[in-house]
Design a protein around this ligand. Structure first.
Ligand code: 8YV
Length: 331
């Protein structure tokens, strides 16, 4: 009998998913979620045919160097800026991600951050817990309204569209900007109007960023873009750190050039810039847009489906459901 393939799971995963993988592979599943250096990753991946990795595992040319064994990487996430796709393709390693299964949960969370930032939920709770509430004051903790305001969305893929669909209940007109304008039927279903980026920045009362992080869109929201926004506007980033210039954003929030921000992602996370930590008008969360039981389980299931199929097993053998560098398939 041929030797079983070996699979590495870089972080704690649902036990039922690990059990399923064990039907096909010898599995090494890490029990601690930790960031690993390129050298550590390189050393580990040398001994495996496939791996399930997460956003903090950066798999690039240096990690793949000399690895003749690795055939597939399944990313636990839809965004895959942690993977160097040309380097993986060059090494003949198939990369897969988890699109589709997290759209609604991430859209919910974008709304959670927008509402929390607009209504000052985080700061008011901290104040209450600190024992500072001595009685109701009519002019305390005034935020800005969400309902009826213009919702702007930068990046109108599946998650952007799910965010837009929720706006009807709040009576919010939706404008968006995207690399490509959406087909008319999708615009109609989302009740969203395409505008230029500068119009989006000028007209949005609440602006949500949902675009993938690529080398072209680093600091897509920087000092110049923030200067175009309304001083009463609220900015939400559930996409990736680095899309926003965090220092410029902190300055705009500090100086009252922006009302508030809701941020789930940061440049260089898990480190958060001290200027942001010092602000009461920023709601900050530790990259948990997709973090619900149901969605994380669905993401893990899809990652396992991808790996099983990519390594030639199961009903979808050779046809993983969500490959990225499809040119590697069949080679
Ligand atoms: C994270 C995400 O991957 O899917 C993405 O791109 O950003 C998230 O779902 C997830 O939170 C695990 O780090």
């Amino acid at each position: 009998m041929s030797k079983r393939q070996r699979v590495w799971i870089s972080r704690p995963l649902f036990p039922d998913i690990v059990t399923r993988l064990e039907q096909y592979f010898d599995v090494v599943a890490e029990t601690v979620d930790q960031k690993r250096s390129a050298e550590q990753l390189k050393g580990t991946l040398a001994d495996f045919d496939g791996a399930i990795v997460g956003g903090s595992d950066r798999v690039d040319a240096s990690v793949l160097d000399g690895n003749r064994r690795l055939k597939a990487i399944a990313n636990l996430g839809v965004g895959y800026n942690n993977l160097d796709i040309p380097a993986l393709t060059q090494s003949g390693v198939l990369a897969c991600n988890t699109p589709g299964v997290l759209d609604e949960s991430v859209a919910d969370y974008a709304w959670a951050l927008m509402l929390a930032a607009s209504r000052r939920v985080g700061a008011a709770e901290r104040w209450l817990r600190a024992g500072q509430w001595n009685g109701m004051r009519f002019d305390d903790w005034l935020g800005v309204d969400v309902h009826g305001k213009t919702l702007g969305i930068l990046g109108m893929g599946r998650i952007g569209q799910a965010i837009a669909r929720r706006a009807a209940g709040f009576g919010m007109p939706v404008i968006y900007h995207n690399r490509h304008r959406l087909p008319a039927d999708i615009e109609e279903a989302c009740k969203a109007r395409y505008v230029e980026k500068s119009t989006l920045l000028r007209e949005s009362d609440h602006l949500i960023l949902v675009l993938p992080f690529t080398s072209e869109n680093r600091h897509v929201i920087g000092a110049l873009e923030l200067a175009l926004m309304k001083p009463q506007a609220v900015l939400v980033n559930i996409a990736r750190g680095g899309i926003v210039d965090d220092v410029a954003l902190a300055a705009a929030l500090r100086e009252g050039r922006l009302a508030a921000a809701g941020l789930d992602v940061f440049e260089g996370e898990p480190a958060v810039h001290p200027d942001l930590l010092a602000l009461e008008n920023a709601v900050l969360s530790p990259h948990l847009g997709s973090a619900t039981e149901e969605t994380r389980h669905a993401m893990a299931t899809l990652a396992a489906d991808n790996l099983i199929a990519a390594l030639g097993h199961g009903l979808q053998a050779g046809h993983p459901p969500s490959p990225i560098n499809t040119e590697v398939l069949g080679k």
